[in-house]
Structures are given as C-alpha cells and as structure tokens.
Ligand binder design. Structure first.
Ligand code: C2E
Ligand code: MG
Ligand code: MG
Length: 615
C-alpha cells in the first residue's frame, strides 16, 4: 500500500516528463515548420520582408530587396538601412521603430528610400514584433511594399485635378483654393492684402475662327507663358477651361480665354495696376503661330482684398465686373473695381433677379407703335415694343432693362414670348376687325436671339401656331447686330427671306457697319436712327447723313423708315429728301393693344397695303 503510494506519484511524474518531452518535440517540429513556412513566404513574396533586431541591425532581407532596390543580399549587408532612407523621412521611421519596440505594436507608414541607381522609391511598411522567452520585444519583422507607381499615378491625378492640360498652368480650382487661403488670412490679419486680376483675351474667337483651334491653343499657351513670366514666385496664375462642371458654376465665369491671377501680398491698387500693365505689354508683343504674325491684347479687371467681401467668390465677382467694364470700354485696358462699380453691379444683379420674377409674374406687356406713310399718314405696320408693368414703378421702358435682360440671356425667352403675343394679336385683328386690311407687325430681335440657331424654326412654329402669314411679319435688328458676324447674318437673313419674312435694319446711321457688309445683307428696309432725325434740323452734317442714307437706300432698292419723328417740320424735310415712311410721337406714342386697335379703326383705309414695312 505504501509502495503503491510511493510509485503512484513517480508514475505520474514519468508521464508528465514524457508528456513534456513530446510537447517539446511537437513545438520544435511546429517551429521548424513555421520557419520553413516563413522562408517559403518571404523568399517568394513580392513585398520586401526584413527581420531586424532591436538595434536595427539587419538579420534577414528577402530576395525582393534586390528586385525593388537593386542591391543583392550581400550588398545590402554592407549598406546602412538608415542612410538609404530619405533624410526628410528618417525621423518618422525611427519613431515608428521605437514605438513598435516599446509597445509591441507596429504601425503602417510611408517613406522614401534610395534605389541603387540613385532614384527614390516610395515604400509602404508595416512592422510587427517578435518577443523573446521573457516576453521582451527581440526582433521586428518589417513588410515593405513598393508603392512608387501608385504614388506617381496619384500625384499625376492630383496634378490633373488642379492644372489645365493645355497650358500646364493651375486651373480655376487651384486658384480658388489659393484665393480662399488669402481670404482667410486677410480675415485674421487685416494687414495682409492681395489682389485678384481677371485677364480676358480680346477677340479670341477671331483667332480660332481665322486660324483654327490648333492655332488658338498655341496663342493661349504663349499668353499663359508670358503672363507667368511677369509674376513672382508667390503669385498664382490659372487659366479657365470652357468645360466646367455645373458644380463650379461661379468659377465657370473663368472662360477658356481667361486667366485669373492672384497677387499675394499686393493690396495697393497702383501696384496691382503696374503688374496688369506689365502683363498687357508682354501680351502685346507680336509672336508667330504657324509662321503668321499674331498680335493679342487683353482686358484686365482688378479687384483688391477688402473687408466687405463675405466670401472669396465676392472678390472674383468684383474682378469680373471690372474686367467686363474694361471690355465694354473697348478692350485692351485695365479697370480697377471701385465702389461705383460695386453699386452698379449690385443694381444689375437685383435687376436680373427682378426680371426673372417679372417673367414668372407675367408683368411684361406689348405696346404697338404705328409706322405710317408720310404723305397719306396711312398705317403700314405696327412695331411691337416691350413694356414692363412693374407693380410699384409702373410702366418701364426697355431702355432701362433691355441690356441686363440681354446680358443675362433672359431676353431670349422674353423675345420668344413677345413674338407669340404680337402674332396672336395681329391674327386676332385680322380675323375679327381688319380682315380687309390685315396689320403688319414688326418685332425687334436682339443679338442673342439672332445668334440662336432656333430663331428661324421658333418663328416658323409661332407663325404656324397663330396662323399669321409670314409676309405680315418683319423683324428689326440693329446694324451692329447684323455686322457682328456677317457670315451668320447672311445665312440667317437668307433663311428668313426664304420664309417670306421681312427684315429691317434698325437704328441705321449711327453704328459702324461697313457699307460693303450692308450691301451683302438681304434686308428690305433701313430705319433711320432717331438721333439723326432729331439733329437733322440743327446740324448740317446730320442732315447730310440722312440725305446720304436715303440716296443709298434708293440705289439699293431698300425702303426707308424714319423713326423718332416729333414735329411737322421733320416730316416735311424727310419727305423732301424722299423718305416715304415714318414713326414717332408726332403720329402716335406706342399704344397698348386696345388703344392701337382704336387707332387702326380711325384710319380711313385705302384699298391695298403697300410700303416698306409691309412690302
Ligand atoms: P427701337 O426699336 O429703336 O424702338 C424705338 C424706340 O423709340 C421705342 O422706345 C419708342 O418708344 C421710341 N420712340 C418712338 N417714337 C419716338 C419719338 O418720337 N421720340 C422719341 N424720343 N422716342 C420715340 P422703347 O419702346 O423704349 O424701346 C427702346 C428700345 O428697346 C427699342 O428701340 C429696341 O431697341 C428695344 N426694344 C423694345 N422692345 C423690344 C423687344 O421686344 N425686343 C428687343 N430685342 N428689343 C426691344
Ligand atoms: Mg425697333
Ligand atoms: Mg430704333
């Protein structure tokens, strides 16, 4: 029994020892297997795997090192890993290694390391730790992945995002970002000032049209280079591109022929102006594109940082207003945004908003002014004139809003509405009141309407819809609209003529349309501008011009209308000179539809309609 008690623990001990031995055997075996596995993995891995001790000494480098960094295992042994790391990245690598040693947790990091050929490779690395029997960190296993190509692609993508592919200059996104920073800095420190220049190439369309878009691209590249050469390191120049996304609505103001220049730390108007002048001089130097001499000029708007700006876009708007002013004043000039401009710009914006509301609220009306035969006073047509019945200001003349409506594009839809309205009215008069003598209607078309490719088909639809005979409709356009793009004018006018619609050149005699161009345009009548009619009595040269226009019109077989006739003497003189038709307060003010109907009724109608506007 005692012996039994003695042998029992001994047997248990033996079993324990045997068990332990077995365990050690299996652990060794497992560990050998693990090492083998480690070797297989590391030898074949695409990533570089390194084993280092706590002092950073290399214990093992996988073969991928040779492929990625160009060093053989033997060569690597002789190099210092630390020295191969980019000096700017060394600190973070050391810190990461220290942290891994102390906490036992490695972290992911990116750093640059030198290839044997001297170039830099970017590695992404993750360290993990191996502890010794006491639980202390003894070794680090570092897995390095070569991400050089990925980084390069990312950088290219980022570059593309912020640069214009044509000129290589920063794009609007980048300049807005810099503007934002300058803006925030000025908010914090009012002493920090900056200026924003918007430089727009004058008549860039002409380059594209006459020399082709390829030449246009060269012009933009050269201009961008020249502007860049006028700037300092801290300044930013960007070119706009025409393919803007709608999210960049505001910045889409920056057109393809437009450059934005942010002058950091330049807050004095005269300094900004000096840079602008320098840019203009540099741009004005002639250069050659496809062995043709090219001369360019720019209109530059300048906005200066000011505390009234609530957001960076406000600065951009100011520069845009100033640039537009430079354009409106004839181009090739610099304008600095000032208070008066600000007031005007704010007024304009409000007006545009009011006009949009006026469309929605149906506040537009059509008035009609008779055109009469000067000898018989018989009405030959009615000119449809737009009126805005403002809820508080009463009836507003187009003189006060037509420019804003045109610039903002609103006039196209108003014009479309007016045409429909006038045609409906004309048809109503014809069917219900004056079937014996149908009324001719004259409608004014603006530059944008005229350039709209849908003009002719819209008119056709309107005529079909209302049942108006095309021969009863005349369009009026100013000579400047006609002369803006002679080729387009000829095409559109020929089309309209083919449709049977008459065309009158409005405000004739004060614009700069060339006679040669005029000769080419298939128009039916000229309307002598009212300033000439007014001055004809007092100014000899105005009278001579009127006489000349009348002679010219007769030679060209065109009808003539004199507008703005206010006195019987003017009627007399115009008749003497051979002008047949006239319009003005002397005969009638523009009238609303009801009054116009009465006016039409009053006239004693001779048998058939004739005259210029009625053809
Ligand atoms: P416009 O086409 O030359 O029209 C003649 C303008 O002279 C009209 O001004 C008319 O009211 C005014 N007028 C007529 N007789 C006399 C006169 O004896 N003395 C003076 N001092 N003025 C006279 P309104 O209606 O204010 O229109 C101004 C301009 O606005 C028009 O000039 C035309 O260019 C434009 N406009 C008017 N309605 C439209 C429209 O529906 N579409 C477009 N695109 N433009 C329009
Ligand atoms: Mg007119
Ligand atoms: Mg006129």
């Amino acid at each position: 029994m005692l012996l039994q008690w003695f042998w029992m623990p001994l047997g248990a001990l033996t079993i324990l020892v045997i068990y332990q031995q077995c365990q050690i055997y299996w652990i060794h075996r497992a560990s050998r297997k693990r090492e083998e596995l480690f070797q297989i993995v590391t030898e074949n891995a695409a990533d570089m795997i390194a084993l280092v001790d706590v002092k950073g000494r290399r214990l093992y480098n996988s073969p991928a090192y040779k492929r990625i960094l160009g060093y053989s295992a033997a060569e690597l042994g002789e190099t210092s890993a630390f020295e191969q790391i980019h000096p700017d990245d060394r600190f973070q690598v050391l810190e990461a290694a220290r942290e891994a040693r102390e906490t036992g947790v490695g972290k992911r990091l990116e750093y640059r390391i030198k290839h044997k050929d001297g170039s830099w490779r970017v590695l992404e690395s993750l360290a993990s730790t191996i502890r010794d029997a006491r639980g202390e960190v003894a070794k680090l296993v570092i897995v390095n992945r070569d991400i050089t190509e990925r980084k390069r692609a990312e950088m290219q993508l980022e570059h593309n995002l912020f640069h214009d592919p044509l000129t290589g200059l920063p794009n609007r996104r980048l300049v807005l970002d810099r503007l934002q920073r300058a803006f925030v800095r000025t908010r914090r420190d009012a002493g920090h000032q900056y200026s924003l220049l918007l430089a727009n190439l004058d008549h860039f369309k002409v380059f594209n049209e006459t020399m082709g878009t390829g030449a246009g691209d060269h012009v933009l590249q050269e201009i961008g280079r020249r502007i860049g050469a006028c700037l300092r390191q801290d300044d930013t120049i960007a070119r706009g591109a025409s393919n803007s996304s709608s999210a960049e609505a505001l910045l889409s103001r920056l057109g393809g022929d437009e450059f934005a220049i942010l002058l950091d730390s330049v807050g004095d108007p005269s300094d900004a102006l000096r840079v602008a002048k320098r840019i203009q001089e540099a741009v004005a130097e002639p250069f050659f594109v496809d062995s043709k001499e090219v001369r360019a000029s720019m209109s530059i708007g300048i906005a200066l940082s000011a505390l009234v700006h609530e957001k960076p876009e406000d600065v951009l708007k100011d520069a845009d207003v100033a640039m537009r002013r430079a354009k409106a004043l004839g181009g090739s000039r610099c304008e600095v945004f000032d208070e008066a401009m600000h007031t005007r710009a704010v007024g304009r914006l409000r007006l545009e908003a009011d006009l949009r509301a006026a469309i929605a609220e149906r506040q537009f009306r059509v008035h009609y002014q008779p055109v009469v035969q000067l000898d018989t006073r018989r009405i030959v047509s009615l000119e449809a004139l737009l009126r805005w019945e403002h809820p508080t200001q009463g009836l507003i003349s187009p003189y006060r809003f037509i420019e804003a409506a045109e610039d903002s594009g609103i006039l196209v839809s108003i014009g479309h509405w007016l045409m429909l309205q006038a045609c409906r009215q004309s048809r109503e008069w014809e069917v219900n009141h004056f079937s014996e003598q149908p009324v001719n209607i004259t409608v004014n078309v603006s530059a944008r309407q005229f350039a709209d490719a849908r003009l002719a088909s819209d008119i056709q639809d309107t005529l079909r819809q209302t049942g108006v005979d095309p021969a009863r409709l005349q369009l009026e356009m100013t000579e400047s609209v006609a002369a803006a793009d002679p080729k387009l004018t000829i095409t559109v006018l020929s089309h309209l003529k083919h449709m049977g619609i008459g065309v009158i050149l409005d405000d004739f005699g004060i614009g700069s349309a060339s006679l040669r161009g005029l000769w080419q345009f298939p128009v039916d009548a000229l309307k002598i501008d009212r300033s000439l009619v007014r001055e004809m009595q007092t100014d000899r040269s105005a009278s001579d011009v009127v006489e000349l226009i009348i002679t010219l019109a007769h030679k060209m077989n065109l009808k003539l209308i004199a507008e703005g006739i206010e006195t019987p003497r003017q009627v007399e003189r115009l008749r003497e000179l051979g002008c047949e038709l006239g319009q003005g307060y002397y005969f009638s003010q523009p009238l609303d539809a009801k009054a116009a109907q009465q006016f039409l009724r009053q006239q004693v109608a001779p048998p058939s309609a004739s005259g210029a506007a009625s053809r």
